[in-house]
Design a protein around this ligand. Sequence first.
Ligand code: PEP
Ligand code: MN
Length: 338
Amino acid sequence: MVVVMDHHADEKQINAVIRRLEKAGFQIHLSRGVERTIIGAIGDRTRAGDLGLEAMDGVEKVVPILQPFKLASRIFKQEDSVVKVGNLAIGGEIIHIMAGPCAVESREQLLEVAHQVKEAGATILRGGAYKPRTSPYSFQGLEKEGLELLAEARAATGLYIVTEVMDTRAVPLVAEYADILQIGTRNMQNFNLLKEVAAVNKPVLLKRGLSATIEEWLMAAEYIMAGGNHQVILCERGIRSFETYTRNTLDLCAVPVVKHLSHLPVVVDPSHAIGKWRYVPAMARAALAAGADGLLVEVHPNPQEALCDGPQSLTPDNFAAMMADLRKMAAHLGRKLE
Ligand code: PEP
Ligand code: MN
């Protein structure tokens, strides 16, 4: 529930409410807005009725959060959350573009594409060192060596790094190298993994599960937040549908819905959604129009030779052309690209 304090409420009154809630076993999250202070309380709601909160001095109203997700809910926190990645702010005025290859394949490949996406205006480099492949015979990623190459690309370009962690055992190592930990679609409901990244003080990019409802997706975010890590960025990457011509179906409806239900930033991955490079720019534009705070896009210096997801990867030239279009579009939306 949230306790909305009257705008005249003083410190003594705020503290009295907090003490009463804490005594009843609630976990407190205080939010001091310009207008008023809001006290978020997470715990057993059945006990709230006996607390007499509404009768306390300085309390305007007590609002129950009826949705199963609480910390992720817009009722809990009204202002948009901005997730800091170094000196970048995800969820602010600037739309951040995360770009790079599906997988880190070699030093040459990664450094070449890192410089190219940086040149075109990306601020974050993507690249998998651990790849969740459908077939066990497909390239599985360079693992630690891949992480080291990502760190080298960061040092060479100043780009921040987003990379996937697939396994609880790999969390400490990936967290040593990554600026953003990516939870892939296949792991959205790997609750042990969610709890593990919740214990790390680094932003988490949480991809929507292949067949996850919006509520299940927000509950996965709730796991990370309940574990103490509020730096969650949601990523819509397409869901399974009956359509086979495209790889998945990009659910752009989810963008405004999630932004209404939650205060968390939302980015869109048009590459995994549509699965064919030719259509990626159109869906990238649509994502910005729908209100996305950023994009995750696959770019490969030579898509025909890619070890993973070549058909959906843009060439650096096509990426640069798309960025020029998006920059113009962002201006119309009252936002900016780097
Ligand atoms: C990826 O980003 O390379 C990836 C594997 O994405 P997803 O988990 O959305 O399939
Ligand atoms: Mn991929």
